[in-house]
Design a protein around this ligand. Structure first.
Ligand code: FES
Length: 286
């Protein structure tokens, strides 16, 4: 068993190990695995003033150094050199560092786009990859979830607003939710990857998948406290922070530590929040 496989086993993280032809980059790894490159992780080792750190982004995206400087609070942060990597991390292969801060003893910065995927693949070596559930992967870590990639990496100008009709204009990066009158207080609906709701006039958008068993939160409800309630086992989320404030109910509530475990998990991995805008009587989310 490899270092990474051993680590996952010790942490009790279920995984699937896949061997493939030798690859030098995460993009090549995605091709070898036949997995969408957005669901394959690229781990970059950074050199900061206080030591090394890991930055994790989707394989198809490039690490944005401006965002990285802001995330690390270090204006001099840079990529570690091959020499540094060979010298300090002899057990790991170049181009195949795993996104495991706990294993490497390094702080972990994770691009928030990564959390949009239910399962993720990452390299353990240049010929072996691991596929795990996203929540399992980061449950034993203490990652800083931050933007590390910008949306437009091509340098192209964003397209102009697309007019669907005179009064129905979605700006670039937005999705139309519908007429504002269709979302009265207490209502929740789904648009793209967001559950969009109205908590007593507070329009909110959070990512759709419950951190428990991935129920679609667009089918949830808003309770008297303004929280979003999962339709399956009634976990409750604070819609402003994306954190679970009450764990799964029913039979799950009897599992010792379950409530606390999920609340702690969502402090680390809150639901992603979107922004809802009302314009000309219609709602848009981005
Ligand atoms: S799936 Fe949401 S509480 Fe179980």
């Amino acid at each position: 068993m490899s270092l990474v496989g051993d680590h996952l086993e010790r942490q009790g993280i279920p995984f699937e190990a896949m061997t493939h032809a030798r690859t030098d980059t995460a993009l090549e790894e995605a091709r070898a695995l036949g997995i969408d490159a957005d669901a394959v992780l690229k781990t970059v080792v950074l050199k900061t003033r206080s030591g090394h750190a890991l930055a994790v982004v989707p394989a198809a995206r490039r690490l944005d150094m401006k965002l990285t400087r802001s995330a690390t609070g270090d204006s001099h942060v840079r990529l570690a050199t091959e020499e540094e990597l060979r010298g300090q991390f002899p057990g790991f292969e170049l181009g195949a560092f795993p996104p495991l801060g706990a294993l490497l003893g390094l702080p972990l910065f994770v691009d928030r786009e990564v959390l949009e995927h239910e399962r993720l693949a990452f390299a353990g070596s240049q010929t072996e990859s691991f596929v795990v559930h996203t929540t399992d992967l980061f449950a034993g870590e203490n990652p800083s979830v931050v933007p590390l990639t910008s949306r437009d990496e091509s340098g192209a100008q964003p397209p102009p607003p697309t007019a669907r009709s005179g009064r129905d204009t979605a700006m670039a990066g937005e999705a139309r939710v519908g007429p504002a009158t269709d979302l009265p207080p207490g209502r929740v609906t789904g648009t793209g990857r967001f559950a969009v709701g109205n908590a007593a006039g507070n329009l909110f958008a959070v990512s759709r998948r419950c951190r428990h068993l991935r129920a679609d939160l667009a089918g949830g409800s808003v309770d008297d406290d303004g929280c979003l309630v999962c339709p399956w086992h009634e976990a409750k989320y604070d819609v402003d922070t994306g954190q679970m404030v009450r764990g799964p109910q029913g039979a799950f509530a009897w599992i010792p530590g379950s409530d606390l475990a999920y609340r702690v998990l969502t402090r680390v991995l809150p639901l992603r929040r979107g922004t809802v805008t009302e314009r000309d009587g219609a709602l848009y989310v981005r």
